[in-house]
Design a protein around this ligand. Structure first.
Ligand code: FAD
Ligand code: NAD
Length: 465
């Protein structure tokens, strides 16, 4: 038994937020964590991957200005990565949790019944029963495609790439999604020869087409061998190396990063004990309640729901879940309508994402194709990013902006920027989409001169002309 209101299964960024917001709502919370508190994001994903990219981008930015000479030491980049991951020690996160009033239990948990979790930990097996709710936030795991030989050679997953202690002379990357693109460029800039195989016609296929096209062009210009429409037919060990066989030849690499997507981590967490199918995402309503389980006690948030595999969006869902559990426990009516306090409405229409390549890709809301598929009449405005702010930022600044407008409502439904340093501009788009700011009013939001945000003025001028 556990003397606790809420048990959170999985202490990644999402579980931490759900527990924190349950405690803020006056409940007690306990996180069960099998590896490191802070999860994939802090130790193997967002944070280490961005440290591997950041120095290379800063160096490239400086080189775009005349009169500069700059170089960097890959070993120092790896050391900075190690400091951000605290050498894969979660003590500071445990201190945060304790300070926030959250209990942490080390061990591997699984659902065994209503509000009941069994945990195998260092001191044996325990069965815990939550008074109010269980939140599942066990994240996602990488998928492996059925390529002959792949199971018989040494491969890297994203964890191996982000925690690498040495830079391989030749790196193969299978998959041209976000992980594949970010890691291909990071390792290229750290000194690897990189070959990237993408089965489809474009990199970053979930984003606007020009995003992947520009990232591919930039990576090729710096020597990444980007092969589109490329099927990896088989893989074989070649001594200590790995031979990749494709329809038009072979490539030999020292390491092969498989970055072909992720699936929700529900295969062995006991969802069958509550009538759900293992391996499938946990479908939730907008308050985070798991669909198909009676009694309003089982919630889920983050990657495990398959909604938006992004830390910020999962944390948003975690905050909503914690608050919703608190409100239900207090007998309060939930504010669960669109944009209500207890509804993750933004998941459907206003998700921001940044791909931290150079050029960066920053998007919010829907792509043109997604908007049209949702039945929205759209007008699309495409312009280069060519304002005083961008020309000051870098010589020969090369960027592109797209705005997708719902013509019936006169509001933005999607924005994408591609270019150096565009990440920090995307929050304005998120605000305009969430706030459903009429374009007539947005016209009065005057961007400061000479910033890159003047691209907003050009987008609106083009739309009005
Ligand atoms: C290489 C890479 C880079 C990324 N970069 C970004 C980025 O820049 N920005 C961004 O927004 N997103 C990024 N993501 C996505 C981001 O990492 C995830 O969306 C985020 O980590 C999801 O958080 P989560 O809490 O749902 O799951 P996780 O972070 O995966 O946490 C789940 C936790 O549950 C624990 N757990 C699992 N099963 C059990 C069990 N049975 N018992 C107890 N504990 C368990 C795990 O040990 C883990 O700590 C990246 C992903 C990858 C792979
Ligand atoms: N900066 C960020 O926000 C960030 C960074 C990294 C990861 N993430 C998140 O992590 C998730 C997982 O990323 P991911 O890149 O692993 O998955 P993904 O789904 O984004 O991309 C996988 C890619 O692999 C390709 N692919 C699949 N099978 C293949 C095969 N057999 N051969 C060649 N190509 C193949 C797909 O066409 C796709 O482009 C993403 O959904 C993303 O949201 C976010």
């Amino acid at each position: 038994m556990a003397d606790v209101d809420v048990i959170v299964l999985g202490g990644g960024p999402v579980g931490e937020n759900a527990a924190d917001y349950a405690v803020r709502a006056g409940l007690s919370a306990l996180i069960v964590e099998s590896e490191l508190l802070g999860g994939e994001c802090s130790f193997w994903a967002c944070i280490p991957s961005k440290t591997l990219l950041r120095t290379g981008h800063a160096v490239a930015a400086v080189r775009r200005l005349p009169g500069t000479t700059v170089d960097f030491d890959p070993a120092a980049v790896l050391a900075r990565r190690d400091s951000f991951t605290h050498d894969w020690d979660d003590e500071s996160q445990v201190q945060w949790a304790t300070g926030a009033g959250i209990r942490v239990l080390r061990g591997t948990g699984r659902l065994v019944g209503e509000r009941t979790v069994e945990v195998d930990g260092p001191s044996g097996r325990e069965t815990l029963v939550a008074r109010r709710a269980v939140v599942v936030s066990t994240g996602s795991v990488p998928t492996t495609p059925p390529v002959p030989g792949l199971d018989r050679v040494r491969t890297w997953g994203s964890r191996d790439a982000t925690s690498a202690k040495e830079i391989p002379p030749r790196l193969g990357v299978l998959g041209g999604g976000v992980v594949g693109c970010e890691m291909a460029q990071a390792f290229r800039r750290l000194g690897s020869e990189v070959v990237l195989l993408q089965r489809g016609p474009r990199l970053l296929p979930a984003m606007e087409p020009f995003a992947g096209e520009r990232v591919a062009a930039a990576m090729r210009a710096e020597g990444v061998d980007v092969r589109l429409e490329h099927r990896l037919e088989s893989v074989a060990a070649a001594g200590d190396q790995i031979e990749l066989r494709t329809e038009d030849g072979t490539a030999v690499v020292d390491e092969l990063l498989v970055a072909t997507g992720r699936r929700p981590n529900t295969a062995s967490i006991g969802v069958d004990a509550v009538g759900l199918e293992p391996g499938k995402p946990l479908a939730v309503d907008d308050t985070g309640l798991v669909e198909g389980v009676a009694g309003e006690w089982l919630y889920a948030a983050g990657d495990v729901t398959g909604r938006a595999l992004l830390t910020h969006q999962g944390k948003y869902a975690g905050r909503i879940v914690g608050a919703a559990i608190g409100a239900r426990a207090a007998g309060e009516a939930l504010d669960a309508g669109p944009w209500g306090e207890h509804a993750a409405t933004a998941d459907h229409v206003a998700v921001p994402q940044v791909v931290f390549t150079d050029p960066e890709v920053a998007s919010a809301g829907r792509t043109e194709a997604q908007a049209r598929a949702a039945g929205i009449d759209v007008r699309v405005v495409d312009i280069p990013i060519a304002v005083a702010g961008s020309s000051l930022q870098a010589d020969d600044y090369d960027g592109a902006a797209r705005m997708v407008v719902d013509t019936a409502r006169g509001v933005l439904v999607g924005v994408t920027f591609v270019g150096q340093d565009v990440a920090e501009m995307i929050h304005a788009a998120t605000i305009a989409i969430v706030g459903e700011v009429p374009l007539g009013r947005l016209w009065h939001a005057v961007p400061a001169f000479p910033t890159m945000s003047e691209v907003w003025l050009r987008l609106l001028e083009t739309y009005r002309s």
